[in-house]
Design a protein around this ligand. Structure first.
Ligand code: PEP
Ligand code: MN
Length: 333
């Protein structure tokens, strides 16, 4: 349920109303817009007398929010959410360029890729330490040691870092990680989401291989309902009948998620296509469709990569992609 307050409502009137609603055991989320203040009510709103609330002097309108996601809903929070990561902002017109290898392999590899992508304009470094592989016999990532190497690359390059968590038991290793990634396969690991909701870290939540956008938003809600509002949504392609590409990039996810939610939307064209040759075109399409950022796999030697070499760009390819994306952003601004 949302209550839109009248223009001119004083802070003390607003506070008084919030206390009254909190006494009904509701969580109240306040969104101060340019013109109006919106109170988003979460909890058992069946006990709220809508007519009484509507009749209050300071209340303009009261509406039920029919969607099951509340805190992620744009109706609760009409302005775009802007996530702050160090000096970098994501969302609300601030664009994130996240780049780096699928997995961290050696210090030399991660540091050299970090320096290269930074020089090309990336503002966040990615690298997997815990890898969710389809086969238990495939390279599983360097795990703890991988995180340590990623921290070295953070120090060397000055870039904030993002890496994937697979199990909440590893959380303490993520203390100096700037953004925690929840991979597609864990999008509905609700225990993991709830535990991450108890942290204050920005969470990049990837859409599951076969999940709807509403399910993605409900997973964001799991994190937000525990108190962590720093959620970034990521479209990374979904399963379809097409086999030429690794997945099918759902570009319409960008405007749909922007319509439904205030959270930033990032696109990962690498896992969406599985082919380096297709990554620049789909990254460009994502930018043109209004994405708040892209996440691209870049490897210093894709032919020898331990994971996802076929979809990894070389630093030189990433450099020319970034120059092109910059031009598209200028055109659509
Ligand atoms: C990744 O980004 O490293 C990854 C494993 O992606 P996804 O969860 O989208 O498959
Ligand atoms: Mn990968």
């Amino acid at each position: 349920m949302i209550a839109i307050l009248k223009n001119g409502t004083t802070p003390s009137q607003t506070e008084h109303l919030i206390q009254w609603l909190k006494n009904m055991n509701l969580d109240v989320h306040v969104s101060h817009g340019h013109e109006v203040t919106i109170l988003g009510l979460v909890g058992d709103t069946s006990r709220v007398d809508m007519e009484l609330l509507n009749s209050l002097e300071i209340v303009e309108t009261v509406k039920r929010v029919s969607e099951p996601f509340k805190q992620a809903n744009r109706k609760f929070h009409p302005q775009d959410t802007v996530i702050q990561v160090g000096d970098i902002k994501i969302g609300g017109g601030n664009f994130a360029v996240i780049a780096g290898p699928c997995s961290i392999e050696t210090e030399e590899q991660i540091v050299s890729v970090a320096m290269a992508v930074k020089a090309s304009g990336a503002n966040i470094l990615r690298g997997g330490a815990f890898k969710p592989r389809t086969s238990p016999y495939a390279f599983q990532g360097l795990k703890d040691a991988g995180i340590q190497l990623l921290l070295k690359a953070k120090e060397a390059s000055g870039l904030p870092i993002i890496t994937e968590i697979m199990n909440i038991r590893a959380l303490e290793l993520f203390e100096n990680v700037d953004i925690i990634q929840v991979g597609a396969r864990n999008m509905q690991n609700f225990d993991l989401l709830q535990e991450l909701g108890k942290t204050k870290k920005p969470i990049l939540l990837k859409r599951g291989l076969a999940n709807t956008l509403q399910e993605l938003l409900m997973s964001a809600e799991y994190i937000m309902s525990e108190g962590n509002e720093n959620v970034i949504l990521c479209e990374r392609g979904i399963r379809s009948f097409e086999t030429y590409t690794r997945n099918t990039l759902d570009l319409s996810a960008i405007p749909v998620l922007h319509e439904l939610s205030h959270l930033p939307v990032i696109v990962d064209p690498s896992h969406a296509t599985g082919k380096a040759s297709l990554v620049p075109t789909m990254a460009a399409a994502a930018v043109a469709a209004g994405a708040d950022g892209i996440m691209v796999e870049v490897h210093n030697n894709p032919a020898c990569a331990l994971c996802d070499g076929a979809q990894s760009l070389t630093p030189a390819q990433f450099d020319s992609l970034n120059a092109k994306l910059q031009k598209i952003r200028e055109v659509i601004a």
